[in-house]
Design a protein around this ligand. Sequence first.
Ligand SMILES: Cc1cc2nc3c(=O)[nH]c(=O)nc-3n(C[C@H](O)[C@H](O)[C@H](O)COP(=O)(O)OP(=O)(O)OC[C@H]3O[C@@H](n4cnc5c(N)ncnc54)[C@H](O)[C@@H]3O)c2cc1C
Length: 386
Amino acid sequence: MPRRILVLGGGTGGLMAARELREHLRGSDVEITVVDYKDRTEFRPSYLYVAFGYRKPEEVSAPLSALEKFGIRFVRAHVTSIDPANRTVGTTAGDLGYDVLVVSLGAETVDVGHPHTWELGPSLKAAEVLSQFRGGRLVIGVHSMPYRCPPAPIELAMLAHFHYLTRGIRDRVNITVVHPMKRPFENFGPVAARWMANMLREMGIEYIGVGQQTAIKALGRNELETPSGERVKFDAALVVPPHRAPGPVANSDLAKNGWAAPRVPANGDFRSEKYDDVYVIGDVAAPNVPVGMAGTILHSYMPWVVSNIVADLAGVSMGRPPFRVVGTCAMDVGGFGMAAACDFTPFVKKAKPYPDCMFLPPSQAARMFKEMFEKMYFNWLLGVVP
Ligand SMILES: Cc1cc2nc3c(=O)[nH]c(=O)nc-3n(C[C@H](O)[C@H](O)[C@H](O)COP(=O)(O)OP(=O)(O)OC[C@H]3O[C@@H](n4cnc5c(N)ncnc54)[C@H](O)[C@@H]3O)c2cc1C
């Protein structure tokens, strides 16, 4: 009987794990299956480009059927339950068994009735709002922490600034960010927070930092209220919705505090707390690591996860790759790119209060890198360039 690796989620973590495991276990009697309810995987950072009309949906997504050419089976189905005690995953295509389970189901968003750029469908609605907006107050609100890619709402505000500047109506548009963090980028440390606050000021972007996990207590068509009772009126709003773990994870034995619980992430052990044969990675586990939800963080610790699984299945040690938790965010700040690269390793190990961050100031090279990475992402994971 072949050994079975079952990967839940065909997003960043699931694809990375499936492809790297296939390479390392080529020639062994191991079957790899990826399950996702979508038939195309999406490059989420480019939702922002969809909202500003720079990209079409088919340019920021690629078919998961491309996995087959690498000898990886793709099952299009909803995962409905995870029963690790019986090594069974319930799906709309029937029950699936496994010898090793990799859970990378990401986070799901809860609709709050306003468009946003945290999923593809709502990004198309955001595109309508942004293109029809002719003046007044545009709020970019973040409902609550955690959410995917902490810097992205700031990037969205800067892109909006650039968008209306190039249309010659910036003086008629007020851009306000309402955010749980008291100061922008404060999770990257005080220097980064001061730097970002100055950048926003220079662009004339107002920042309302609520200083609580939830920034928006009540949300209407043209007004929001913060937990302290401050009311912010607006003519249009894009609101980063609340994120939560998908139901099959939250309702399973894999969850702690609502999110998947890795065993000792500070030492690179991403097995589930309770089950040796289950690995929980990516956004679905991020709050329990604890790190922000970022695909690049997955890139940094994936070699560690893969080497553990190969050792489990093939009984061969690939050696211990250096363990690092590093996140990179390439932001488009309006015609120029800017990048932040943070090493969260000392933070995750509780050795430092902040990650060690490095910032690349706005440049054309950083923007080119951002655009190139989108293409490289699909080519690397699926062998296609949409
Ligand atoms: C606007 C934006 C900008 C971003 N910018 C950056 C950036 O600059 N740098 C960076 O590092 N990260 C960035 N990210 C974050 C990055 O996209 C995520 O951290 C990354 O995709 C997480 O990978 P994952 O595998 O954990 O989850 P995902 O990539 O979300 O994959 C989860 C998969 O599981 C599937 N799924 C969920 N539930 C089920 C179910 N019940 N049944 C079947 N399938 C299911 C989903 O369809 C999805 O394909 C950004 C995200 C957004 C939204």
